[in-house]
Design a protein around this ligand. Sequence first.
Ligand code: KE4
Length: 431
Amino acid sequence: MSSTKSRPRSQAAFLNAQQVIPGGVNSPARAFGGVGGQPLFIARGEGPHLVDLDGNSYLDYIGSWGPLILGHAHPVVVKAAIEAVQAGSSYGAPCERETELAELIREAMPSVEMVRMVSSGTEASMSAIRLARGFTGRDKIIKFAGCYHGHVDSLLVSAGSSALTLGVPSSPGVPAGCTADTIVLRYNDVEALRAAFQAQGDKIAGVMLEPIVGNMGLVVPSREFLGELRSLTQQHGALLIYDEVMTGFRLAFGGAQELLKQKPDVSVLGKIVGGGYPVGAYGGRADIMKKIMPAGPVFQAGTLSGNPVAMAAGIATLQVLKETNPYEALDRMTRRLCDGLSKAATDAKVPHQINRVGSMWTFFFTGTPVVDLDTAKKSDTARFAKFFWAMMDRGVYLPCSQFEAAFVSTAHTEAHIDETISAAREAMIGL
Ligand code: KE4
């Protein structure tokens, strides 16, 4: 199944790209592997819209896979980036913007007493794991099937996101030694977590999870699971690492940990913290972070870490979020959308589940509640693909995989939401 519309300029661009870029894309998540057909090539983003090379405009519910909570080309962010780039693109030396963004993160997340900037969520996750191992002197890391933390060698086992969509849960090129110390458990499985600590609690350096998952599609943790994660890590001297790359500044200014009233030892950030520019960050308790070189012995470095232009965009984005506090409005807008989508599916007799937290949501084509990877995989991905293209042809750009979260931005209005619901009502007919 793919589109009924022709998009000749995107098709030509894709053909060209495939000559010089593997698969024609710089990330498999954009390859449309889960929905068939060819990716659209984008000319520009404007507020809630993407415009492709053929001049078609789409309501964008990906927002660059999360970063664009303010929509495309927000004037405050654009102005900040332009001013920054006119003072030079990179110094290879510290600048005060790095401190300013770190202070904003610390203000938003009390569990984060010190922060290190890097250039992607993957880099932040990789560094957080090394830090946990360096701080505890232990090797084992627990992760959960369906959670994705970037393409970190040791975590590419039952990863979510595009690794899951492409059906390659553990990638070639990752030596067995890299994953020998990675324990993979089922999300929300309290018994398995207890058993893992029972068996090897004194060898576990850290437990890493998406506190609210986006990479199986959206999955929420049980209260018991969250509680056990915190108490077992505390009891056994392991670090609790929240991967808030997607949820940080998305679900609340203080991220999922604010919403869930939890206090991890280390947090991993990305996406919104750079306002659409390449920024990752990891931070946490000062006694832990002081293990990072040059304050401590754990090595980590990066040419463009704390890049001044990216810092400026991140600061501008967080300042707008702090000043406008859009979270209740985003929650209302996204509730309106999901209620409308659910009614359209019910009227069309399409079995579905919608998991939503704030402006992050996933429409699953299954009648079974989705609480972990196994239940997420019960979804009808062929029906998802048909719906994806039916919506695309009606000017609505959804994530190109059943196992991804979608996002509403502050640029989406009620009119845009109602337009999306009408398109879904049509798209559901005969699905
Ligand atoms: P990046 O290296 O892509 O900046 O961040 C990796 C990462 C880490 N943690 C979480 C919870 C994430 O969701 C991600 C990246 N998310 C995917 C989409 N779910 C990015 C899309 C892509 O890989 O192109």
